[in-house]
Design a protein around this ligand. Structure first.
Ligand SMILES: *Cc1c(COP(=O)(O)O)cnc(C)c1O
Length: 377
């Protein structure tokens, strides 16, 4: 059993993907070829955003957003304490200061009441200028943008949506990647919509930012290739990766998203009452980048992981360390007492195998194993 079976997905889509890649080889358009533009158009249409600018990976996508917004030295950006490192890394990389905010115990996403507290604290200290919040759609579930937007508007902050794991999710029918002033995603292979290498994209309705980010990802390009009007980076999506994404995006829309939601329902119905199952608020829809259960304590979590491993079931801890505990952020002063939930989650979460090509009997085997483990204790 695989944690995320990408080889099986390839076996199903092989003919289309192979043809798509071979067409690029024959076309000679290896950099910014036609599939890149075609993909950008269909992605923007799907999420309901005016512009999609593809780039090299989800981390660059976040950096492009911060650069377009002019965020840097002296500014601070609020990020969830419980996320993948890149969300916070890009803030420091831009020369700004990351402020870690605790998350909600049930949704794993940023807690807007604690965001409000954190902004007030930073303002009263007067050392950094609050500029933006990067909300993360962790494990596929969109963050609570209605509440986040209220806080952001109150203090004049930009909202950046890090939907690296959230592509395909929605709130009352409105799609992930459309909630931020700029939203970002990643096409890393294991994300909900992944390619066969690195890839990413930014989404925005803002014409000026879209044109700045298009320039930034191409060495600050002006009117033509050797007219460089700003300091940028080299962050293009490879044409081959765009060609791989096109048939994968069709499968994603046609059935993959439905499949993972069906598997999540099976998991939840079999695991409810045994462990804490992921909570999806009313009106929210997840793309299930991960199916993550919460155990009572670290000892129980670690024993369960061992127990599953002995039975051939892979599982992963996303994430074993909160941001405020990362060595790279040891110089960021955090109010640890306000970050308790992130700390507890890092000790008690466990992600189970989840992908669109799972076998129903595998899910039953996993759930029966978890039930037996809980009963035996
Ligand atoms: C994967 C991920 C990123 C970074 O994406 P890459 O394409 O790997 O650079 C950023 N934020 C979150 C929440 C992620 O899960």
């Amino acid at each position: 059993m695989e944690f995320r079976d990408l080889k099986k997905q390839y076996a199903v889509l092989k003919n289309k993907i192979d043809k798509s890649v071979l067409d690029v080889m024959a076309s000679g358009g290896y950099i910014m070829g036609k599939p890149v533009t075609e993909l950008e158009i269909s992605l923007a249409e799907y999420v309901g955003s005016k512009h999609c600018v593809s780039c090299a990976n989800g981390t660059d996508a976040l950096s492009l957003a911060l650069m377009a917004m002019g965020i840097g030295s002296g500014d601070c950006v609020f990020v969830p304490d419980f996320t993948f490192f890149a969300t916070a890394e890009v803030v420091s990389f831009a020369g700004a200061y990351p402020v870690f905010v605790d998350v909600d115990r049930d949704t794993f996403n940023i807690d807007s009441a604690k965001l409000d507290e954190a902004v007030r604290r930073v303002k009263s200290e007067g050392k950094y200028i609050p500029k933006a919040v990067i909300a993360v759609d962790l494990f596929g579930l969109p963050a609570n943008y209605q509440e986040i937007r209220k806080v952001a508007d109150k203090y004049g902050l930009y909202v950046i949506e890090d939907a690296a794991q959230g592509f395909g999710g929605s709130i009352n029918g409105k799609k992930a990647c459309s909630f931020g002033d700029i939203s970002t995603t990643s096409f890393f292979p294991a994300k909900p919509l992944g390619c066969y290498g690195d890839g990413g994209a930014v989404f925005t309705d803002n014409d000026e930012w879209a044109s700045i980010m298009t320039s930034l990802k191409y060495h600050g390009k002006g009117s033509y290739k050797y007219d460089n009007v700003r300091i940028g980076m080299n962050s293009r999506l490879d044409t081959i990766q765009a060609a791989i994404l096109k048939p994968k995006f069709d499968a994603f829309k046609e059935y993959e998203l439905d499949s993972v939601n069906e598997f999540a329902r099976t998991y939840s119905s079999m695991l409810a009452g045994y462990v804490k199952i992921p909570q999806i608020p009313e009106g929210f829809y997840s793309s299930w980048a991960q199916y993550t259960i919460t155990l009572e304590n670290q000892e129980q979590r670690d024993s369960l992981q061992m127990y599953l491993k002995e039975r051939g079931i892979p599982s992963t801890v996303y994430y074993p360390r909160a941001m405020h505990e990362q060595t790279a952020f040891s110089d960021v002063a955090s109010d640890v007492s306000s970050l308790q939930i992130s700390k507890i989650l890092s000790e008690t979460v466990l992600s189970l195998p989840m992908h669109p090509y799972m076998e129903q009997e595998d899910i039953e085997y996993i759930c029966n194993s978890i039930q037996e483990f809980i009963r035996s204790r």
